[in-house]
Design a protein around this ligand. Structure first.
Ligand SMILES: CC(C)=CCC/C(C)=C/CC/C(C)=C/CC/C(C)=C/CC/C(C)=C/CC/C(C)=C/CC/C(C)=C/COP(=O)(O)OP(=O)(O)O
Ligand code: 1GP
Ligand code: MG
Length: 232
């Protein structure tokens, strides 16, 4: 799975705290997206994560859990993404919760596919920023320095520019993509149409679309083709 993930250009992020119908989920899973990421910042429980996993498993698309709650770690996903929020001012989201998780489930690291995400949260008004007490007021140099730290010091396979809820700064995405040499650059935040998706896909390795699937599903579905056709 780790090798496959490197080729992912597009992913939809499903929020376990939100309800969905079977036909809605079929449209999302059969859209041609490379993966479904299950994750959210609030209201995540073992019950709603398990429900999402069971529902997505009816389709052939890969399904990854982005772990944001210790209690909601659920077996059976194709892989696990572990956010390390580099600009969090609450240390629990840099290493504290991770240490607790490994104390409880560390032995499973040998059998499960686990990938660390160096996370930079850049929308100060997002629920993720509030929850982690992230310092989102960063300039280009600050963000680039975090991308270097993530790739070269922490050796994270993924660096995630997280603008959750708002469309990000294309210049930042471009500069970070030019800085990273090995890490896979994920961009997520505020993508509502094909044009925005195509713009970010020029620089990001993987474009993540979340809220739009709940707000305007048809436009969200169009982002798959837009990302796949974008030249990088
Ligand atoms: C039991 C089992 C299967 C084990 C397998 C082995 C394994 C995977 C071990 C994992 C060990 C480990 C290190 C786990 C980490 C545990 C943990 C809880 C870490 C904390 C992670 C963290 C930093 C979370 C906070 C970051 C955060 C809030 C990210 C949110 C990103 C996101 C989804 C944003 C969108 O949220 P949304 O709610 O949609 O926001 P809007 O309101 O803007 O829409
Ligand atoms: O919900 P949106 O704003 O599309 O963001 C996607 C993803 O990066 C959230 O973690
Ligand atoms: Mg959301």
């Amino acid at each position: 799975m780790k090798e496959e993930i490197k080729a992912w250009r597009h992913a939809f992020k499903i929020d376990p705290a939100k309800s969905f119908s079977e036909s809605w989920l079929a449209d999302i899973c059969e859209s041609g997206t490379d993966a479904i990421i299950v994750g959210g910042s609030e209201g995540i429980t073992i019950d709603n994560v398990t429900e999402c996993l069971a529902a997505v498993r009816r389709f052939s698309v890969p399904c990854v859990l982005e772990v944001t709650e210790l209690e909601a770690l659920t077996p059976g996903f194709d892989a696990y993404f572990i956010p390390v929020v580099l600009n969090a001012h609450n240390p629990a989201f840099i290493s504290g919760l991770h240490q607790q998780a490994l104390k409880a489930h560390g032995q499973l690291l040998e059998t499960e596919e686990v990938l660390g995400e160096g996370y930079c949260i850049l929308n100060r008004n997002s629920s993720a920023a509030r929850r982690t007490n992230a310092d989102a007021a960063m300039d280009m140099d600050d963000i680039v320095a975090f991308s270097r730290f993530s790739e070269n010091v922490l050796q994270m396979p993924i660096f995630y520019l997280e603008y959750s809820g708002t469309y990000g700064n294309e210049e930042v995405v471009k500069k970070v993509s030019e800085t990273l040499e090995h890490a896979q650059l994920f961009y997520g935040g505020g993508i509502r149409n094909s044009q925005q998706a195509a713009q970010m896909a020029v620089w990001a390795d993987t474009v993540v679309v979340g809220n739009a699937i709940y707000e305007n599903k048809e436009e969200a579905l169009d982002t798959v083709k837009a990302v796949k056709e974008a030249n990088r």
